[in-house]
Design a protein around this ligand. Structure first.
Ligand code: F6R
Length: 257
């Protein structure tokens, strides 16, 4: 696992967009895994800027999002479909048929999970997966206790996660769906590269546990320690509780000049 600590959230977002843009330049038909939530908003803003400046071309890129709530229509403004339209899809030249999110409105949710997993496989697997981290260590919506070997599936959200996301539902906890469809840990770990972002002091403790603690199902993000090509980008606040990893990041930085 490689770690870079950037001075603030804006610098982290710029660096994340740069990593994605370079991956697309190296492989124009990149299969890109996307995340939602507050953390990647700045990264998407940067990607849109790079696109407008002609420095990234999404014409041949395929995307797969990590997750979607169950029970929200795709046109519901609180859905992750709507989030992606707002922050990225409508601003760049991604082909609509090449963007994918699980359908949380599907009648047969189990079949939808199988369909989604098969679509990822048919696309040749994910080349680069963008990730955020929940305060309880979740990645995608794989909450503590999730089994490593699971693929895309229906998950039940923990109260803490629903509380954190209530801000998108007028602050009303009860309005936040109780279930979501999420790529599983196995789906995520099969991606050839992972890019995890975290910013802000509220992420500092879980970042320390994920990066410096033992690999454990109680902290799903800790599995990234076992991935052969995972890059973690943190701002100073999110990195503030690191000890060993921080020293390592500094040495890596010095070594790379
Ligand atoms: C989003 C996702 C979640 C978020 C996590 C952090 O697609 O899968 O794992 O990345 O909940 O959310 P924010 O960025 O809002 O703190």
């Amino acid at each position: 696992m490689r770690l870079e600590i950037l001075k603030d959230e804006e610098a982290m977002s710029r660096r994340a967009a740069e990593v994605i843009a370079r991956a697309v330049r190296e492989k124009p038909d990149l299969v890109l895994g996307l995340a939602t939530g507050g953390t990647p908003v700045g990264t998407y803003r940067e990607l849109v800027r790079l696109y407008r400046e002609g420095r990234i071309d999404f014409a041949r890129v395929t995307t797969f999002n990590l997750d979607e709530y169950v029970g929200l229509e795709p046109h519901d403004p609180r859905s992750y479909h709507a989030y992606m339209e707002e922050h990225l899809f409508r601003h760049v030249n991604l082909r609509p048929e090449a963007t994918h999110l699980p359908d949380g409105w599907a009648e047969d949710l189990e079949a939808e999970c199988r369909r989604y997993e098969a679509l990822i496989e048919a696309a040749g697997g994910i080349d680069l997966q963008l990730l955020g981290i929940g305060r309880d260590g979740h990645i995608g919506f794989n909450e503590p206790g999730a089994r490593w070997e699971q693929g895309t599936r229906v998950v039940r959200l923990k109260p803490e996660t629903r509380q954190d996301n209530a801000r998108y539902f007028g602050g009303v906890l009860e309005a936040v769906p109780e279930r979501a469809i999420s790529m599983g840990i196995r789906t995520i770990m099969h991606a050839r590269r992972l890019l995890l972002l975290a910013a802000g002091p509220h992420k500092a403790e879980i970042v320390r546990r994920a990066i410096e603690g033992p690999v454990s199902r109680h902290v799903p993000a800790s599995i990234l320690q076992l991935h052969p090509d995972a890059l973690v980008l943190l701002d100073e606040c999110a990195a503030s509780q690191l000890t060993r990893a921080r020293a390592l990041a500094r040495r890596q930085e010095q070594a790379s000049g």
